[in-house]
Design a protein around this ligand. Structure first.
Ligand code: GTP
Ligand code: MG
Ligand code: ZN
Length: 294
C-alpha cells in the first residue's frame, strides 16, 4: 500500500497527496468510514486505483487533532502576533503557547508587520523578543508586506505540518500567501452565510519550504486556557519555570515556601510579564507581587 497525506478536506471532498507529490481525489473505503472521519493532516494508506483516485484503506494513528478548523498531526504552530495594528496582547499569546504546547505542537513566535514600526515600536519589539527568547521560544520578525524575515520561518521547519494561529488581523493569511505563493481562493473554501460574512468551511494544507505544509486558521480574540488544560498543569507549559526545582514538586509558584521560580522572579531571571500572565491564567494572585515586580 502507498502512503499519502490528506491535504484538503472540504465537505465530502478529500484530496490526498502521494509521496511523489501527486494530488488525487481520496475515496475512503466503507470499513475506514466505520472507524473514523477523515481530516486534513491525516496520513493515510491505500492504493491509486486510477490516475485521479486514491482509495483510502487505512488512517494512521494521529499525533493530535486540532479543532477549529480540524487539522490532524500538527507538528508546529506559528503563533503570529504584532506589536501594533493590532496592539500586542501578551496574555493572549501566552494562552496560545500553553494550549498548543499541551496538544503537542511546538510553537514558534512570529512578530509580523515589522515594516510598520517606528522607534517606539521597535523598542517594544525588542523588549518582547527578549522576554520570549529567554523563556525558551524561537522568535522571528517578519513582514508579509515586504517579505522580510520569512525565510527564517522556513528554516525552522522541515517536513512538518504547520498551522498559522493568532489574533484576528495580524496577517496570518498574508503570511500564508507569501510562504506558499498560493492565492487563497477563498471562494473555493468559503461560503456566504446569512450575515453576508465569509466563513471557512473547508481546510487546506499548502506545500511550502522543504517538504512542509501550512494551514491557515481564523483569528480569535480570547482563549480560555482552563477550558483545555487542568489548572494544576498550566505551570508545566511555562517552559522557563521548568528550569527550577522548588522544595515541593507540585509547587504552584504562588505561596509555597522554598519556591525557586519566585526566587528567580525576584532576581529578574523570570519575566514579570510572563509570571503575571501565569497568575491570570490560573486565576490567582499573590500578595507580594507588587513588591517583587513593582
Ligand atoms: N503593513 C503591513 N500590513 C500587513 C502585513 N501583513 C498583513 N497586513 C495587512 O493586515 C490586514 C490583515 O491581514 P490578514 O492576512 O487578513 O490577517 P489575518 O491574521 O489572516 O486575519 P483573520 O483571518 O481575520 O484572523 C490586511 O489588510 C493585510 O494587508 C504586514 O506585514 N505589514
Ligand atoms: Mg485570515
Ligand atoms: Zn515554585
Amino acid at each position: 500500500m502507498k502512503e499519502g497525506l490528506v491535504v484538503e478536506r472540504v465537505a465530502q471532498l478529500i484530496r490526498v497527496r502521494t509521496e511523489e507529490g501527486k494530488e488525487l481525489r481520496g475515496i475512503p473505503r466503507g470499513k475506514v468510514l466505520k472507524k473514523t472521519r477523515i481530516y486534513a493532516g491525516d496520513r493515510v494508506l491505500g492504493e491509486e486505483i486510477d490516475r485521479e483516485t486514491f482509495a483510502i484503506e487505512e488512517v494512521k494513528n494521529r499525533k493530535n487533532l486540532l479543532i477549529r478548523p480540524p487539522i490532524a498531526n500538527v507538528d508546529r504552530v506559528i503563533c503570529v502576533v504584532t506589536v501594533e495594528m493590532p496592539e500586542f496582547d501578551n496574555h493572549l499569546l501566552d494562552s496560545l503557547l500553553v494550549v498548543y504546547d499541551h496538544v503537542g505542537c511546538e510553537p514558534v513566535i512570529v512578530f509580523n508587520k515589522v515594516d510598520l514600526l517606528g522607534d517606539e515600536g521597535r523598542k517594544e519589539l525588542e523588549r518582547w523578543t527578549e522576554i520570549y527568547s529567554s523563556a525558551g521560544y524561537d522568535v522571528v520578525h517578519v513582514s508579509a508586506e515586504t517579505g522580510e524575515g520569512l525565510e527564517k520561518v522556513v528554516d525552522l521547519v522541515e517536513g512538518e505540518i504547520c498551522i498559522l494561529a493568532g489574533p484576528s488581523g495580524v496577517g496570518k493569511s498574508s503570511i500564508l500567501k507569501r510562504l506558499t505563493g498560493a492565492e487563497l481562493k477563498t471562494q473555493e473554501v468559503s461560503e456566504k452565510t446569512e450575515r453576508g460574512r465569509h466563513t471557512t468551511t473547508g481546510v487546506k494544507l499548502l506545500p511550502f519550504g522543504r517538504g512542509s505544509f501550512l494551514g491557515d486558521t481564523p483569528g480569535f480574540s480570547k482563549v480560555e486556557v482552563l477550558d483545555f488544560v487542568r489548572r494544576r498543569d498550566v505551570k508545566n507549559y511555562f517552559r522557563e519555570f521548568l528550569r527550577y526545582e522548588c522544595k515541593y514538586p507540585d509547587c504552584t509558584h504562588t505561596r509555597e515556601p522554598g519556591c525557586e521560580v519566585k526566587k528567580a522572579l525576584a532576581e529578574g531571571e523570570v519575566s514579570c510579564e510572563r509570571f503575571k500572565s501565569y497568575l491570570k491564567m490560573i486565576k490567582e494572585y499573590i500578595e507580594d507581587l507588587e513588591e517583587i515586580c513593582g
